[in-house]
Ligand binder design. Structure first.
Ligand SMILES: [Fe+2]
Ligand SMILES: [Fe+2]
Length: 301
C-alpha cells in the first residue's frame, strides 16, 4: 500500500484509517478472551471452553504447555489440565499473545525494525504492567497485560502498510529528532492514535483503546488514569531494562505529570522508586522465563 511517495498530514491519515478499516476483524476467540479479562467473574471453566472452541489455538497452547521450558513429566493433554498446571492467568495470557502474533504475521523484516525484538518489548511491557497492577491497583491486573502487550501495536500497522514512511521515522531519530516529531512530520499522526483506531475497529473494551491512545500522555486520559499511567510506567521500565526494541532510539525521563497521577490517586509510586521497580521487574521477568521462551519459540516456528 505504501507508494514511497511522501505526502503528509490529512492524506496520510486518511490512508492509514482506510488500511485499518480494510484489516481483517480480530478472531472471535481473541475478542471474547479480551472480554473475559474484563470480567472479574470469569471462571477457569469458561476460559477452557472458549479456548477449546478454537482447535488451532488449543493445539498451540498444549504444545507450549508441554514444551521443555515447563518441564512437566506428565503430558498435558487438555486445556483444563493446562489451566490447573500452569495457572489461569498464564494460559489466558498465552492465548492472547499467540492470537495477537498470528493476527500480525509479517515477512517484512528490516534491520531498522526487527519484529521479533518488537514483540520482545511488547511482551516485556505486558509483564511489567501486570506486575505493577498486581502490586498497586489489583483490579486492573487482567487489563494491564493486554494493554501492555498491545501498547505499541500502531507501529506494527505502520510497518506493515507504510513501511517506507515508518523506516524514515525510525531513521530520523538517528539525527536527533524525537519519535513523536518524526511521526508528526512524516505521517501527521502518532502510533498511539493508530493503535487506538485499531482497538476501536476490533471493538476492544474502551479501557484498552484509551490505554493505547494515552500510553505516552496518561494525564490526558479522561478515565482510568491509573491503568494508563501504569502502562506508561511499564513502558519506561522496559526501555530502562533494555528488553527488545520498540523502534524508539531514545526514551526521556518520565514526565513529572506521571508521578502526579499516582500522588492524586494515593498510589505510593514516585520517581525515587524507578530503580527498585526495575529490579523487581527483572525478578518478575525471570519468573516468567518459561512463558517468554515458549512464546518466542512459537513465533519462530
Ligand atoms: Fe509507544
Ligand atoms: Fe513501547
Amino acid at each position: 500500500m505504501s507508494t514511497g511517495k511522501q505526502s503528509t498530514g490529512p492524506d496520510r491519515i486518511r490512508k492509514i484509517t482506510e488500511s485499518i478499516i480494510g484489516l481483517p476483524t480480530l478472531p472471535t476467540v481473541v475478542a471474547k478472551m479480551i472480554e473475559l479479562v474484563d470480567n472479574p467473574r470469569t471462571s477457569a471453566a469458561s476460559l477452557a471452553r472458549l479456548i477449546a472452541s478454537d482447535q488451532a489455538l488449543t493445539a498451540r497452547i498444549l504444545k507450549l504447555a508441554n514444551s521443555a521450558y515447563y518441564g512437566f513429566s506428565r503430558e498435558i493433554s487438555t486445556v483444563n489440565m493446562a489451566i490447573v498446571v500452569l495457572g489461569f492467568n498464564t494460559v489466558k495470557d498465552m492465548g492472547l499473545s499467540l492470537s495477537v502474533f498470528d493476527a500480525f504475521k509479517s515477512k517484512q523484516q528490516h534491520p531498522s525494525f526487527d519484529l521479533n525484538r518488537f514483540w520482545e518489548h511488547s511482551i516485556a511491557c505486558g509483564i511489567a504492567a501486570r506486575m505493577l497492577a498486581r502490586n498497586y491497583r489489583s483490579r486492573y491486573t487482567g487489563e494491564a497485560f493486554v494493554a501492555g502487550l498491545l501498547h505499541d501495536i500502531g507501529k506494527v500497522i505502520l510497518n506493515q502498510y507504510f513501511q517506507n514512511e515508518f523506516l524514515s521515522i525510525i531513521d530520523a531519530q538517528v539525527k536527533g529528532t524525537t519519535l513523536e516529531e518524526a511521526e508528526a512530520s512524516v505521517i501527521g499522526t502518532h502510533h498511539s492514535q493508530i493503535g487506538s483506531w485499531l482497538a476501536e475497529k476490533w471493538n476492544l473494551p474502551r479501557i484498552i483503546s484509551r490505554s493505547l491512545l494515552h500510553h505516552h500522555d496518561p494525564w490526558n486520559s479522561q478515565k482510568d488514569p491509573i491503568l494508563v499511567a501504569l502502562i506508561c510506567l511499564a513502558n519506561h521500565i522496559c526501555h530502562l531494562s533494555g528488553f527488545g526494541h520498540s523502534g524508539r532510539l531514545r526514551m526521556g525521563e518520565p514526565d513529572p505529570q506521571l508521578w502526579e497521577i499516582f500522588r492524586n490517586e494515593n498510589v505510593p509510586l514516585d520517581e525515587a522508586d524507578l530503580s527498585n521497580l526495575q529490579t523487581e521487574f527483572l525478578l518478575e521477568f525471570d519468573k516468567s522465563e518459561a512463558f517468554i521462551s515458549s512464546l518466542h519459540e512459537s513465533r519462530e516456528l
